[in-house]
Design a protein around this ligand. Sequence first.
Ligand code: GLC
Length: 483
Amino acid sequence: MNIIHISAECYPAAKAGGLGDVVGALPKYLNRAGHKATVILPNYKTEWLKKADSDFIYEGKAPFGADIVPFTVHRVKKSVLGFELYLVDIPGRFDRAGVYTDPWSGHAYWDEMERFFTFQIAALEWLHSLDAPPDVIHCHDHHTGLIPFMMKECFRFEKFRDIPSVLTIHNGEYQGKYSSENYSYLPAFNLERVGMLDWDGAMNCLAAGIKSAWRVTTVSEGYMEELLHYCHGLELLLQQEEQKTIGIVNGIDVDVWDPEKDSYLPKNYTVKTIKSGKKANKKELCKIFNLNEKRPLFSFIGRLVLEKGADLIPELIERCHEEGVEASFLVLGTGDPSLHTLFKKMESEYVGYFDSRLEYNEGLAHQIYAGSDYLMMPSRVEPCGLNQFYAMRYGTIPVVRKIGGLADTVIDLDEKEGYGLVFEEFATEPFLEVIKRGVELYDKKELFSRCRENVMKLDFSWSSSTDKYIHLYKSIQPKKPVS
Ligand code: GLC
């Protein structure tokens, strides 16, 4: 099959979160399974893309309301990432370093609507010019939610009417809502269908994608269930469309995330050398952050936002410190400016007990997975979560809240065949209790070693989920007439 992914992120070219990891891995595994999967991405000015070697492929014009937007398409060869990457270059819109936000100010770009509308129209314009139509167009999140709509409804894209489309919701919190009159920026369509773009009195790109795509997937079964009950106002729509929804859990790219070969690590290791490997990595990490390597190290990696429950961490640390819990804490990430201020203040209050690095740092993230004993994920919402998989691959035990994909993928140690630490209610007290369980476990050296080995042996690679996607793509292929 010929599968086209259209996305705002794709690791390592452009990544802001887990969406980038998924779009940077799934197409590679689809190719390995014998299909042709490619990715279409905006040509941002990220460090990776500035250096990327690409060939010019196409020059075109995208209609955008009364304007005509010139664009070009460039290709990064398959040998680089394991799939062909097509870059849509729209001067003035994407020639910036950030994906969604300006890295210098931390603010979201003001022209999100113009950026992603023109990207989607340009991507379809280019695909339209190709002779062979794809078998499936797979879109991701609201930034590409208008594609299934345009494929079905826009006159100039009539050719795509019978091509199946899939929309994956990686995060229902963000929906791409704009005022209703913005529909006029899209290429002409039958205005009787304008309601397909609308939800609750606004143009809603995620809703338009849910209504128009042939299938809607989310990144875990648990999250799919949750969305039917709460999705920031879209729950009724999802209930109506339930028949076409399916939850498929993400996997991880085990080539990129491999403690045996990871070049970011001071010392590589396997499950056989886990003891010395983790010890050496922890030693280096504790040296950088001035932490006591004898104590269990609990880390948090990710965006410092409410969704990830990052606001629970300051109080947790304060309580642990007050109660004399013998542990160390480390935070890596960026996000809410008020949390930045708080963590900065805590760095000086809890020297030797807590430290943070408030930046996006891929290499340091790898080192933290390798050097920590536990990874904390106290998320309020978690569609799938990938960090728990990365942690386990590096022999680090996940400490998670029972929600969404975390509930599906981490079983508490007290349960049959359990391997992680899980708490339920979003509150400091249960979080604190589970941390204390982690400290106790750490002191039972034998048991702790066994637990680490167990998590490292688990398989969270893409193999089984890739098969599920292939099955899904096949199930929606139009039946060919029997000749
Ligand atoms: C989003 C979600 C995360 C998920 C990722 C990839 O970042 O918040 O839970 O793993 O997308 O699907």
